[in-house]
Design a protein around this ligand. Structure first.
Ligand code: SF4
Length: 334
């Protein structure tokens, strides 16, 4: 496997000094800020993350504020970012650090990776950016660049280990945080997924794909087709309260939703129905069409043993819900 040699690494650093963007978490790379940003960035592009990050820091300015918050408050703050187990794990990890370690972060990647929701990638990023460890970070941007540099159709098994070893010949001690920050931004700004801008790239003279004018063909793209689904969602209304169901499993575990028709049939006595509209719910690899009905309830009974609640209309705003349900609530109360 080829790695950028020292002159190309210095070219990358020079490119970053001239073109790099200072993100809010980079200005002050203390572990709490780096950690939150890295978890948010796992499934979301940086431009979307910035306002979420700033709002989060306003709501939970430090790890103590986060550890003290209840789960619903944390989920509500995470709303719009998806993959809600990340928010649940963030709170758990904050509690581990505050209540078990007196607020002191571990600095080594192995111990960091034992915290809830912190995998090898986030542990390496934290160790590098916040604690100055000499360790490379491999995210999708970095692997894409290195695939293209080597004209490889996919990232090989064990590629991280091999590359780490080879890279030590091009980097000096103390270079790694700069390398990690620079190459990640090269992937965001120049070696972009769909359209690499090779003429602006500091790696061009050593890049096999770039020199052949074939950057966008590496690595091979996986075609993912969305699974199409359909459901009818029922907003049961009794006086000024609506029935909500708390999800007990899956990607939205802990969030509140309007139940599907099957869940309320035979459980609740209902009256007139009014069609409220169609909404599209995108999550992971699914695209679900929601047909939403406002339904008059004849009483306020609740089935036993289930996470149901009658919620006053003016309290819906504070409940954590998937983004599409926030749109439905807006239509309901407007
Ligand atoms: S030369 Fe092109 S393909 Fe190669 S790393 Fe740079 S932008 Fe990517």
């Amino acid at each position: 496997m080829l790695v950028p040699e020292r002159t190309l690494v210095l070219g990358l650093f020079d490119w970053f000094d001239k073109n790099g963007i200072e993100y809010p978490w980079g200005v002050n790379p203390e572990p709490y800020r780096v950690w939150i940003s890295e978890i948010m960035l796992q499934q979301t592009v940086v431009t979307t993350v910035i306002p979420f990050f700033e709002s989060w820091m306003h709501r939970f300015p430090d790890i103590y504020a986060l550890a003290a918050a209840d789960e619903e408050t944390v989920l509500r703050q995470w709303e719009g970012l998806g993959y809600y187990s990340r928010a649940v794990n963030i709170r758990k990890a904050a509690q581990c650090i505050v209540y078990e370690s007196g607020g002191v972060w571990p600095a080594d990647p192995v111990t960091l990776a034992k915290l809830p929701g912190i995998g090898p990638y986030t542990a390496a990023a934290l160790a590098s950016f916040s604690f100055g460890a000499d360790i490379p970070v491999f995210d999708a941007n970095v692997r894409r660049i290195l695939c293209r540099f080597n004209a490889m159709v996919s990232w090989p098994a064990g590629g991280d280990t091999v590359f780490t070893e080879f890279l030590s010949g091009s980097l000096k001690r103390g270079d790694y945080a700069r390398w990690n920050g620079s190459i990640m931004q090269l992937g965001q700004l120049v070696c972009k997924n769909a359209t690499p801008v090779c003429q602006e790239c500091p790696f061009l003279t050593g890049c096999r794909a770039g020199l052949g004018g074939k950057g966008e063909f590496y690595p091979e793209k996986k075609i993912r087709t969305k699974i199409q689904k359909y459901s009818e969602r029922m907003i049961l209304v009794f006086k000024n309260e609506v029935l909500m169901e708390k999800q007990q499993a899956g990607i939205g575990k802990g969030l509140w939703i309007f139940p599907v028709r099957d869940r309320i049939q035979n459980r609740f006595e209902t009256g007139d129905e009014l069609f409220l509209g169609d909404f599209v719910y995108n999550y992971t690899n699914n695209r679900e069409l929601l047909k939403v009905f406002k339904v008059a309830a004849c009483g306020k009974n609740l089935p036993d043993g289930s996470a149901w609640a009658w919620v006053p209309l003016d309290k819906l705003e504070s409940l954590p819900v998937p983004s599409v349900f926030r749109k439905i609530i807006k239509k309901l109360v407007d």
